[in-house]
Design a protein around this ligand. Structure first.
Ligand SMILES: [Mg+2]
Length: 242
């Protein structure tokens, strides 16, 4: 019988199994189309910068998830209004709207986005036959559940841990303790975390003393002080490790 190095695999969802960037792109395009404001590359980059910085502050524990969600579109639209790119009286699909009301509309659209990373579903379908597979994800619970459902991934996992429900987020130790308490016979020696983020997935793995696998499809530089046990550039590379 074939033996395996690991028994338990903790998978990040966004940009590891689900192509979150593609879903975000679609949802942002929809939002600006409804606002009747041309979404230029400049506006897109500006939004992405603001969003990225807010989530980084969240990962550092400086602001809450609610702060992120209540701030991002309000800040962007404020700036666009000051620059007279957006009208002072915003409309959405022709009806008057305030920038603070955009977040739920964006979320609703994003919640429908379930573009898969190539090979993701086949990978989990194969590995679940020989390993216990779990999701460990930072994000909004209903959004993540809907997207995992729509992608067909949801029923393939033993359990799904989402930061909003746990009350903590990766890389916090408390997040992982919540998961470990719900994983039967958890053993750190035979558990591997797989994810694209050095600051949340890999650092999280380091924090609880398990091996880490950095999914790095764009072959970016490792610019964070963390210990990467394995680095892979395609999801298929994982088969030879686990
Ligand atoms: Mg990710």
């Amino acid at each position: 019988m074939k033996t395996y190095r690991y028994s338990t695999l903790l998978f990040d969802a966004d940009d590891t199994l689900l192509d979150f960037k593609a879903s975000e792109r679609d949802a942002l395009a929809y939002l600006f189309e409804q606002l009747n404001i041309p979404l230029t590359n400049e506006i897109r980059s500006y939004y992405l910068d603001i969003n990225h910085n807010l989530w980084k502050a969240f990962e550092r524990g400086e602001i809450s998830r609610t702060d992120v969600l209540h701030t991002r579109f309000v800040t962007v639209l404020d700036t666009l209004q000051k620059q007279e790119i957006a009208p002072l009286e915003l409309t959405f699909g022709g009806k008057p709207i305030h920038s603070s009301e955009l977040e739920p509309l964006y979320q609703a659209k994003l919640a429908m986005g379930h573009n898969l990373i190539p090979g993701a579903k086949e990978l989990i379908e194969t590995l679940r036959k020989t390993h216990r597979v779990y999701i460990v994800s930072n994000g909004v619970a209903t959004t993540q559940q809907n997207r995992l459902n729509a992608s067909g991934l949801y029923p393939l996992f033993e359990d799904i841990f989402i930061s909003e429900i746990t009350g903590y987020q990766k890389p916090q130790v408390e997040f992982f303790h919540y998961c470990i308490d719900r994983i039967p016979d958890f053993s750190p020696e035979t558990t591997l975390i797989i994810g694209d983020s050095l600051t949340s997935d890999i650092k999280g793995g380091n924090n609880i003393g398990i091996d880490t696998c950095w999914y790095n499809p764009r072959q970016e530089e490792k610019n964070v002080e963390v210990t990467v046990t394995y680095e892979i550039h395609t999801l298929e590379d994982l088969y030879t490790i686990v």
